[in-house]
Design a protein around this ligand. Structure first.
Ligand code: MSP
Length: 627
């Protein structure tokens, strides 16, 4: 059995999961389920991209630490995919230690292979896309998102993209399927041919990232870090034999990406891998954007819709069907509530639902629920070809073609008249054919609409799952005496206006009602903060960190190392012997590679937030608690 390993991008956690994210995850889930039916050992990785300035700023805006913020949003992504029944096999968060281990391993390989050097950059930078914009002035629009760039000046580690770019080009030329669709392939080739500069893979302006070993004031560039998630998530970087075997079995895999991140996946990523001496991906498949009101659905445009209202009211499969059918894969596609309900009524209620219920009702009425013996209907080749080719809309058209053909067949054969004939054969033929088609339809739909396929399967009287391998179905005749299950409407017709209204209403209702803001905290809340009196023992500057001082502080029970952002306001020589107030139970953290175990309390004064140390009388004993 050959393996098929597919990834979605790792989603930025500055936004809650929305329909645009759901689109790519649904596509991946469908493809993986389909590949299983093709007989492959298919696996699916997704995850979250949690480092970088964008996330750091989002956490600041939310008033929580980056770790707390990313924990919260990453779990809402997982919860969303779980509710939608998306069966990822691996979920990687770029803040996990196993990921850091993999990133450092690859960084080291690149360093050893001479693919990294130190250089400096001064110029425009897009925070949103975490991108250095080679040309132009700060303030110019970012070439990807159009937002104004900012000025950054940094000394950085550079990756020799200029050296690897031509090799990536050769690979693309030698592998026509490496980038799909063709338009994206041409775009990438043109980009490489325009001449590639080396890329910076570290930042000093950001703290929220993986520090460069031995040079901790640098953190690794978020894209360098995140792409490696495709490997760390399947075991790369782990010493355990089972992990090693796992990634070696699955890699190289396929990447599904949105069109705006093709460059990172088709140029940078293969170049990093080449330089690290690792195999390149099998291929990169780019999809278009899901639009709402003809604009890309995105947090920054404020036009995002959540998957949850649709799932809650109509079920996950209705959303899956709509997205896979309506969007012509590779192109942009528009979402609207009205179009969703129209498709539901025409294709699901009148189409599939109606064929299933009338066929089963006739088998019940004319044959007491027993299916006449019939040859199995095979898998239409076009369907397989289209799904294999990521053309889900076309593949589903094949299924709906079959549904339409069966409807016409039943209308032409008039089983209600055949039932009056003394010879049972003509009616058996019609009922058997319609039943066998429904069985095939359930099997075909089990990747795109797994819940519906399973329900239909049960109604057809089968046990187990319809997600069976295609090769096993083709020979499967249905023997006499097979009894159908209990028919139930799969898709009751909807009142369009009412449903659209209800969906819009649900969209306005927040997922979890936000608690009414209360400006007060309880005494118990305050008691959680362990404030202690201490005396500074030593104080020194930290090389390369203008604002930080490294202090040791006697807090009565022990001497703590604490890093404090007070270097611009206090000369370290004046601090030893000084009384301070310490937050003693703050979770330890690393800053610039150094441990900080607590926080010194200071008033923040003026626009610049100049720190002023809080003091207590000199005879207050160390360790005394403030309460
Ligand atoms: N974090 C990077 C990816 C790093 S992969 C090593 C990122 N994250 S993202 O959250 O902004 O986007 C993740 C994926 O979601 C992208 O493929 C993007 O195209 C897709 N989508 C985000 N909004 C979308 C739509 N409105 N429509 C379709 N896909 C969308 O990029």
């Amino acid at each position: 059995m050959s393996s098929f390993y597919l990834t979605t991008p790792l989603y930025y956690v500055n936004a809650q999961p929305h329909l645009g994210h759901a689109y790519s995850t649904i596509v991946a889930d469908t493809m993986v389920r389909f590949q299983r039916q093709r007989g492959h050992d298919a696996r699916f990785l997704t995850g979250t991209d949690e480092h970088g300035q964008k996330i750091q700023r989002a956490a600041e805006a939310a008033g929580v630490s980056p770790q707390e913020f990313t924990d919260r949003v990453a779990s809402s992504f997982r919860a969303e995919w779980d509710r939608l029944g998306l069966q990822y096999d691996f979920f990687i968060r770029t803040t996990e230690p196993r990921h850091t281990a993999a990133v450092l391993d690859i960084f080291e390989r690149l360093r050893q292979n001479g693919a990294i050097y130190k250089g400096s950059y001064s110029g425009p930078y897009c925070v949103s896309d975490e991108l250095y914009v080679g040309e132009g002035q700060p303030g110019d629009p970012c070439p990807i998102c159009g937002r104004p760039t900012e000025l950054v000046s940094e000394e950085n580690y550079y990756f020799k993209l200029s050296e690897y770019g031509p090799k990536v080009r050769e690979h693309i030329l030698a592998h026509p399927d490496f980038i799909r669709p063709e338009t994206r392939r041409n775009e990438v080739l043109a980009f490489i041919e325009s001449g590639l500069r080396d890329v910076s893979i570290s930042r000093t302006s950001i703290q929220w990232g993986i520090p460069v070993p031995g040079d901790e004031k640098h953190v690794l560039y978020v894209w360098f870090d995140a792409l490696i998630g495709y490997l760390s998530g399947i075991g790369y970087g782990s010493k355990a034999a089972v992990d090693q075997q796992n990634w070696q079995k699955l890699w190289p895999g396929w990447h599904l990406v949105g069109k705006e991140i093709v460059r990172f996946h088709c140029v940078y990523w293969p170049a990093f891998l080449m330089a690290a001496g690792l195999p390149l991906p099998r291929g990169i498949i780019a999809h278009g954007w899901l639009l709402f009101d003809q604009e890309k659905m995105s947090k920054s445009l404020g036009n995002v819709l959540r998957p949850e209202p649709i799932r809650k009211l109509l079920g996950a499969d209705v959303l899956r069907y709509f997205l896979l059918r309506e969007v012509s894969f590779g192109q942009d596609g528009n979402f609207s509530h009205a179009a969703l309900v129209d498709r539901y009524n025409s294709d699901l209620a009148n189409g599939l639902g109606n064929l299933a219920s009338r066929t089963l009702a006739m088998i019940e009425r004319y044959r007491g629920g027993l299916v006449p013996a019939t040859a199995g209907a095979g898998i239409p080749e076009d369907f397989t070809k289209h799904f294999e080719d990521w053309q889900f809309s076309r593949g589903l058209e094949v299924v709906w073609g079959l549904i339409g053909a069966m409807d016409r067949y039943i209308a032409a054969e008039k089983p209600w008249d055949l039932a009056k004939l003394p010879d049972p054969a003509p009616l058996d033929q019609v009922l058997g054919t319609a039943f066998a088609s429904l069985r095939t339809i359930a099997v075909l739909l089990s990747s795109a609409m797994p819940e519906t396929a399973a329900k239909l399967w049960t109604q057809l009287g089968f046990s187990g799952s319809p997600a069976i391998e295609f090769s096993k179905l083709e020979t499967g005749a249905i023997p006499a005496g097979h009894r159908i299950g209990k028919p139930e409407a799969l898709f009751p017709r909807l009142d369009k206006e009412k449903t659209v209204e209800e969906l819009r209403h649900l969209e306005q209702t927040p997922a979890t009602p936000a608690p009414a803001p209360d400006p007060h905290i309880s005494i118990d809340d305050f008691a959680k903060v362990d404030l202690r009196v201490g005396t500074v023992v030593t104080a020194e500057r930290i090389k390369g960190a203008d604002k930080l001082l490294k202090l040791t502080v006697d807090i009565g029970t022990e001497i703590r190392q604490i890093l404090a952002g007070i270097a611009l306001a206090y000369d370290p020589a004046t601090l030893p012997g000084r009384k301070v107030v310490v937050v003693a139970n703050l979770a330890p953290r690393k800053l610039r590679g150094l441990d900080s175990n607590g926080m010194i309390v200071a008033a923040s004064v003026g626009e610049a937030g100049t720190p002023v140390l809080v003091s207590v009388p000199d005879d207050t004993p160390n360790g005394a608690r403030l309460k």
